[in-house]
Design a protein around this ligand. Structure first.
Ligand code: SF4
Length: 477
């Protein structure tokens, strides 16, 4: 395989992501001299700046697939080498050791699986990821722990499909929200939206059987599906269960405790949904106000027994580390509540400030990186005390302290849908505004996508086209 410099035409954003790991400004890059070349079966990369230099090499990937796949592997190897070399230089210059080392991607578990495919044991795979990417021992151990749990789950494969259904309404908008969800307001868009959604569901549901596949997991999220009335939920879920029977797992996000009533919970339970998510994010009222949640910690304390009484045996709890103004003591308060309320699964997110969010626009000060790191560590210890194991993990750009999001669950309670979507191993048919259907091509290492429009009014007008996009994506099977 011959190195092509055009592989690097779009690498600049990747390199800037590396700089962000060290809080270095983008113009650090313009002060660097760097080059990539090929010599005796290896790619070499060298970065130099103000007398400091880093030079690394990596073997040229063996050819063996079709030309397109070979090119993809070569391109990946070259770009990865450039990122790692810049990382090495930044580490030399700053003396900082980021917890995830040179990894800037969102799915670090994939690297463990790559190692396993090369015949290594889990321990060897963890050690290799630690050595190659400079990941800390604690993070490498976390990756191994969750790969161990994932390997016990029913294996994904081409014969399976997941369903995602988006309900893009929320009682109020959270300050950190970057989803396309809107405030429900006077509710005038809800019925037209549900009509369009039902039409889209009916039009595209036959695709599963038509392509010879089976349903694996169904997830209704958003937004906050429980912004709908009990009657709307009952009608929608009745239709959903008729169109999509037999999944191994059904989840409905019941995210905001202020949106819950016993009637709504019963509508979800009666439909046959086994897993819901009730998300405090923080159990500190002051923080809840700052982030625009419009509910209190007391409402969370009431919502859990309410859901238990209705019969839910699997409740997930989402919390966020690194929220504005929070101290470690505040986060401890949230963790204490988790221990009291005993969810079967707990997802510890780290705040990621995206550009479109109110927190970003208002330049809200956040806890320092060390505090965010201590919070995620506390999350891990709390989960362990509760008997929960890590089962999925992903990272995002702009995360406080370069940390991660981790889902923990009691044995036997890992959410298949969460694993599937994060590992990108299962096809997804997505319905509703903002949903993105995905077709996985494992042999080619690529994913085909069919996005639905995010704007609610456009979606209502164009649901038919959204169903056709899914048909085009999975057509030809
Ligand atoms: S509940 Fe979720 S979707 Fe709704 S505003 Fe908050 S973050 Fe966004």
């Amino acid at each position: 395989m011959t190195l092509k410099q055009e592989w690097l035409n779009t690498i600049e954003p990747d390199l800037k992501n590396v700089l962000r790991l060290f809080s270095l400004p983008d113009d650090f890059l313009s002060g660097c001299a760097w080059r990539l070349w090929e010599e005796e079966g290896a790619f070499f990369c060298r970065f130099e700046r103000e007398g400091e230099a880093a030079c690394l090499s990596a073997p040229v990937p063996a050819e063996g697939g079709d030309a397109r796949t070979d090119e993809l592997h070569g391109r990946r190897a070259a770009r990865r080498l450039c990122r790692q070399t810049l990382y090495r230089l930044c580490r030399q210059v700053t003396g900082i050791h980021p917890p995830w080392g040179s990894l800037t991607g969102i799915r670090p578990t994939r690297l463990i699986y790559e190692q396993l495919e090369q015949g290594r044991t889990l321990e060897e795979a963890g050690a290799a990821v630690q050595a190659v990417f400079d990941v800390t021992a604690a993070k490498a151990e976390l990756l191994c722990d969750l790969a161990r749990v994932q390997m016990l789950l029913p294996p994904p494969g081409d014969e399976w499909m997941d369903i995602y259904i988006g309900i893009p309404f929320c009682p109020t908008r959270c300050a950190y929200c970057s989803f396309s969800s809107g405030e429900i307001g006077d509710g005038r868009l809800v019925e037209p939206y549900l009509d369009a959604l039902r039409n889209e569901l009916r039009a595209a549901a036959p695709l599963i059987a038509a392509t010879g596949r089976r349903l694996r997991a169904l997830y209704m999220g958003g937004g906050t599906p429980t912004s709908l009335s009990a009657e709307q939920l009952r009608r929608l879920l009745g239709e959903v269960m008729t169109l999509f029977p037999g999944a191994a797992e059904y989840t409905v996000e019941a995210g905001r405790p202020d949106s819950l009533t016993p009637e709504k919970l019963r509508a979800i339970r009666d439909a046959g949904v086994g897993r819901i998510s009730i998300n405090p994010q923080s159990m500190v009222d002051r923080t809840l106000q700052v982030i625009g949640r419009a509910h209190t910690a007391a409402q969370v304390e009431e919502a859990y027994p309410m859901a238990r009484q209705v019969g839910f045996r699997h409740i997930n709890m989402d919390v966020i580390a690194g929220l504005p103004g929070e101290t470690l003591a505040d986060f401890r308060q949230t963790m204490e509540a988790a221990k009291r309320l005993r969810p079967e699964s707990l997802t510890v997110h780290t705040l990621a400030i995206k550009r479109s969010t109110r927190l970003h626009l208002e330049n809200t000060p956040l806890p320092p990186a060390q505090t965010a790191a201590a919070m995620t560590e506390m999350g891990r210890e709390t989960a362990k005390e509760m008997g929960l194991e890590p089962y999925y993990l992903y990272r995002q750009k702009y995360m406080a302290g370069n940390q991660e999001n981790v889902g923990y669950a009691l044995p036997g309670h890992a959410c298949l849908y969460n694993v599937d979507i994060m590992e990108e191993t299962t096809h997804i048919l997505a319905f509703g505004a903002g949903g993105i259907s995905k077709r996985i091509y494992p042999e080619e290492g690529r994913i085909g996508r069919a996005p639905n429009v995010s704007n609610i009014e456009l979606y209502i007008a164009r649901w038919k086209e959204m169903a056709e996009r899914k048909e085009a994506l999975f057509g030809g099977d």
